[in-house]
Design a binder for this molecule. Structure first.
Ligand SMILES: NC(=O)c1ccc[n+]([C@@H]2O[C@H](COP(=O)([O-])OP(=O)(O)OC[C@H]3O[C@@H](n4cnc5c(N)ncnc54)[C@H](OP(=O)(O)O)[C@@H]3O)[C@@H](O)[C@H]2O)c1
Length: 334
């Protein structure tokens, strides 16, 4: 069974994803959709997609992509505020969707997409590639064996300094700008993957002159008593690492934790143990493999990145946006 992918958007992430799809057996880039047909053609030419043994189509709208009968799953690679509209268009045409992080720009937008996917009975997943990295999968296994004892906390950061430019997607209020949606999704998703849903979310941070958040520090309290203290910023540099602490030991997930190749397990009275696990390609291949396998097996959600987890992360991110006064909304691509 060959899974036929359609790509919505022709930007940087769409380029990366098209290259990564080539590395994965059992699937093909079948079509691309853009707001502008010329950009679709340019994308096809850039990636030599015509003449790859399958008929390839370059569409001049996301609607046409969604209606393409030779597409099984649409990868949504637009800015966050456009994710909801593009995903809903695909879902309503009966397509499975893989939606880039952050899943949407708002919690209510995420709830609408999830409800639509469940209603239609189609597969949907957030493209949180971190969860599928071999090193992160192995870390989950180590935690699952109980070698760390009871989990007590997660601490860490994801910083990526960028010069402030209000026209850039990263800083534009209209394009989902800010550290919370671009980087916060990673730190919150990682913490909640291990500790579950928080019972209390506290956020402090800073903003740029246009109101878009520059940095955010999260304190997540969990019913078990465990806490996560995680921080992200576009206005500062930092290592990008995670520490997972338990009653009997701790793990350092080495930078950059959102696509790591190494972690170290430290336990009292036991020699430190390094785990080295390289991803295939640039690391996006693993989420592609997950989607292909889920579709081949008739699953509607990934057990590793289920939709309830996405909604829980989006609830935390929404609290951060509200606290920091970054009013986001989901919009049509235009
Ligand atoms: N997982 C990761 O490692 C990773 C890394 C980077 C980005 N991302 C995510 O991927 C998504 C896209 O990021 P990117 O860096 O690829 O962005 P980008 O380079 O700006 O590309 C976004 C694309 O979205 C389409 N689009 C639709 N409506 C748009 C609008 N109103 N304004 C601008 N573009 C619009 C455009 O394609 P057309 O003009 O062809 O329609 C554009 O090329 C974001 O959600 C981001 O968080 C993920």
């Amino acid at each position: 069974m060959t899974i036929r992918w359609g790509i919505a958007g022709t930007g940087r992430m769409a380029d990366t994803f098209a290259e990564e799809l080539r590395r994965v057996p059992g699937c093909v880039v079948s079509a691309v959709g853009s707001r502008d047909r010329d950009r679709s053609y340019a994308f096809a030419a850039r990636h030599s997609l015509s003449g790859n043994g399958h008929q390839f189509r370059a569409h001049g709208s996301y609607l046409d992509l969604a209606g393409d009968p030779d597409v099984d799953v649409v990868y949504v690679a637009t800015p966050h505020p456009q994710h909801k509209a593009v995903a809903l268009t695909a879902i309503n045409s009966g397509k499975a969707v893989l939606v880039e992080k952050s899943f949407t720009a708002t919690l209510t937008g995420a709830q609408e997409v999830v409800a639509a996917a469940r209603d239609k009975g189609v597969f949907a997943m957030e493209a949180m590639w971190t969860r599928f990295q071999p090193a992160v999968a192995a870390l989950r296994d180590v935690v699952g064996t109980g070698r760390l004892g009871e989990l007590v906390g997660v601490q860490g950061d994801l910083f990526a300094y960028r010069e402030f430019d209000p026209t850039d997607r990263l800083f534009s209020p209209d394009l989902g700008g800010g550290a919370v949606l671009d980087l916060g999704a990673y730190i919150v998703s990682f913490a909640q993957m291990l500790l579950g849903d928080p019972s209390e979310v506290l956020v402090r941070g800073s903003s740029y002159p246009n109101g878009v958040d520059a940095s955010a520090s999260f304190l997540l309290n969990h019913p078990s008593g465990a806490t996560a203290t995680v921080m992200c910023a576009l206005s500062a540099e930092g290592p990008g690492r995670m520490i997972v602490t338990g009653t009997k030991g701790w793990i350092e997930l080495h930078p950059r934790f959102h696509h790591p190749t190494r972690f170290t397990v430290h336990r009292q009275g036991v020699l430190d143990h390094d785990y080295d696990l390289m991803p295939m390609g640039r690391g996006y291949t693993h989420e592609i493999i997950e989607v292909n396998q889920c579709l081949a097996n008739g699953l509607r959600e990934s057990p590793i990145m289920p939709l309830d987890d996405t909604l829980s992360v989006m609830a935390t991110l929404q609290t951060a946006l509200d606290t920091l006064g970054n009013p986001q909304r989901d919009v049509d691509p235009g």
